[in-house]
Design a protein around this ligand. Structure first.
Ligand code: ZN
Length: 160
């Protein structure tokens, strides 16, 4: 089965930046699981996976504009510390999740006070050229429930 819209794909990956440093990898974890064609992955990554089958290798390099975009200057914002999600105590350099009306986004903590924090709203991977290498584990039909939710369920997918 070749990767196409509405199929559930599992794949292992290693993510490196343009300096060759490993940023993330699924090697010691469940493979990444997603529903193809529903915006679950970076568009450039879905493009590279389209048409592949189980056992096929992945090797794609995405410039910032196909990954998390360029870094924006003046992206500093002050927000209440209680709006930072992902940890109990914050230190400069940590990555936090902030929920906004447009969904959740990752930000980098710059300064932390008693009640307010200064964050950089650029995605931590903004401005980076990213290389994904890996292998497709398997490809299957999505269940009607997965299609109605627009994402994959089960190990590596969403849990409700
Ligand atoms: Zn769901």
């Amino acid at each position: 089965m070749n990767i196409d819209k509405d199929l559930v794909v599992r794949f292992h990956y290693t993510l490196k930046d343009d300096a060759g440093e490993t940023l993330d990898s699924s090697d010691d974890a469940e493979p990444m699981t997603y529903l193809h064609g529903h915006g679950g992955l970076l568009p450039g990554l879905e493009e590279a996976l389209a048409g592949k089958a189980a056992g096929d290798k992945l090797d794609v390099t995405l410039p910032p504009e196909k990954a998390f975009g360029d870094r924006v200057a003046d992206a500093e914002q002050r927000i209440p510390v209680k709006h930072l999600g992902g940890a109990k105590k914050w230190q400069p350099g940590m990555t936090a999740v902030v929920h906004t009306q447009h969904g959740h986004r990752q930000v980098t903590v710059l300064k932390v006070g008693q009640t307010m924090a200064t964050v950089d709203t650029n995605h931590p991977l903004a401005g980076k050229t990213l290389t994904f290498t890996g292998e497709v584990v398997d490809v299957r039909e999505a269940t009607p429930e997965e299609l109605s939710h627009g994402h994959a369920h089960g190990p590596g997918g969403h849990h409700h």
